[in-house]
Design a protein around this ligand. Structure first.
Ligand SMILES: Cc1cc2nc3c(=O)[nH]c(=O)nc-3n(C[C@H](O)[C@H](O)[C@H](O)COP(=O)(O)OP(=O)(O)OC[C@H]3O[C@@H](n4cnc5c(N)ncnc54)[C@H](O)[C@@H]3O)c2cc1C
Length: 369
């Protein structure tokens, strides 16, 4: 069998790249060993918050802002293609200070973001109370009106469906190794059967560095576990995504509230632990005491594909025709549309990344040495 482009990994990144390539008339096959988007892409909270999440200015913030800007049109085109509403919500995000000493951090963040020309608003404790009365006591907050959210599970279903409708082939198999002739990629071994392909995109999330033949150092991508709980409430107690106490609350329109998340080096173990649940429960109590009696509907954990410097691995490798689309860590849902555009442009050779206004150098595998 032969395909123009073989995508290894059917998470949100692999599926989004596949859809974008299909729009450019490329024959695409996605290889996924489990359910489509059954790993990190389902475990996520769906927050699209380049500004609330940013530790400082830099290439990740620029990439994330460019991706955030693509979301309104992406949500609309997915709805038009599939009828699926991905619940794109624009209520904004708050970063609250639960302790007085955190106000300095908020001031510093407001200062550099304002200097960078980004929209950010400082709120007093009283203003936070007026805006989100269900929150516990705070010392104030920053409000990022441009930071949004989607329902990532609906998003994944919509992207998968749109890709299938557009003619993307989905194959249920384990990719065992990337095949090459020493200089260029020739395909991949799928459960012992060679699949010939002109180009291969590696989008295996946390498992990317395990794939033989791709040439990635073992620690290039490592799993960072995140545990999450989902609470059931009526009516929705919050409008904003709320960051604080080293985590967040994400209110869905139907009354569910997600509380996340831990950041743990636990290998590939996707367990929910008493210690993790306890941390999340304490966070709920601190941020929004009103949720203390809400029903815990579900809990789960997922593995974020982490890199040493927190930046994704995007673009070409030393093997001609092998492209990386992995290592998206905490921001893979947010970064899916820009990743899809960048990788599709590179695979088709129609535009360079620079043509999209993005410098790919900070995301290159070359930085790993
Ligand atoms: C708890 C938690 C909360 C998060 N919250 C957010 C958020 O609010 N906003 C945000 O932007 N991001 C968030 N993230 C991060 C985001 O989920 C990830 O960055 C993103 O899902 C990565 O997508 P992916 O497609 O690369 O990986 P995955 O979704 O993990 O997909 C990789 C796929 O590759 C498959 N695979 C692996 N190896 C092979 C192989 N050899 N052969 C075949 N298939 C293979 C796997 O089965 C898997 O389905 C969160 C993550 C977690 C865990």
């Amino acid at each position: 069998m032969r395909t123009d482009c073989l995508i290894l990994g059917g998470g949100i990144i692999g599926c989004a790249v596949a859809l974008e390539l299909r729009a450019r008339k490329v024959e695409v096959t996605v290889v996924e060993r489990g359910p489509i988007a059954g790993e990190a892409s389902s475990a996520a909270a769906g927050i699209l918050a380049p500004q609330a999440e940013a530790g400082g200015p830099g290439p990740l913030l620029e990439l994330a802002r460019a991706s955030r800007a693509l979301y309104p049109a992406w949500a609309e085109s997915l709805r038009a293609a599939t009828g699926i509403d991905i619940a794109y919500r624009t209520d904004g995000a708050l970063v609250v200070a639960l302790h007085e000493h955190e106000l300095d951090l908020l001031r510093a963040r407001q200062a550099w973001q304002t200097a960078a020309g980004l929209q950010v608003e400082r709120l007093s404790a009283a203003e936070v109370r007026a805006l989100e009365p269900a929150l516990g006591e705070t010392h104030g907050a920053l409000r990022f009106a441009g930071d949004h959210q989607v329902d990532n599970r609906r998003l994944a279903r919509a992207v998968e469906q749109a890709a299938a409708q557009a003619g993307v082939r989905f194959v249920s198999a384990q990719a065992r190794r990337v095949l090459h002739d020493g200089a260029r990629v020739t395909g991949a071994d799928l459960d012992g059967t060679p699949q010939v392909a002109g180009q291969v995109v590696l989008a295996c999330g946390s498992w990317s560095a395990l794939l033989d033949g791709a040439g990635l150092p073992a620690q290039a991508v490592v799993p960072i576990r995140g545990q999450m709980i989902e609470l059931e409430t009526r009516p929705p107690p919050l409008r904003h995504v709320v960051f604080g106490d080293d985590g967040y609350l994400v209110p869905r329109a139907d009354g569910r509230v997600l509380c996340g998340s831990t950041e743990e080096h636990a290998g590939f173990r996707k367990e929910v632990t008493p210690a993790g649940l306890e941390r999340l429960a304490r966070r709920v109590a601190r941020l929004c005491p009103a949720l203390g009696e809400a029903r815990v509907a579900r809990s789960w954990s997922g593995l974020r594909p982490g890199t040493a410097d927190g930046l994704p691995l995007l673009g070409p490798t030393a093997l001609v025709g092998l492209h990386l689309a992995t290592g998206h860590f905490r921001n893979g849902i947010l970064l899916a549309p820009i990743t899809a555009r960048l990788i599709a442009s590179i695979v088709t050779g129609e535009r360079t990344a620079a043509g999209l206004g993005i410098d790919l150098a900070p995301f290159s595998v070359a930085r790993l040495g």
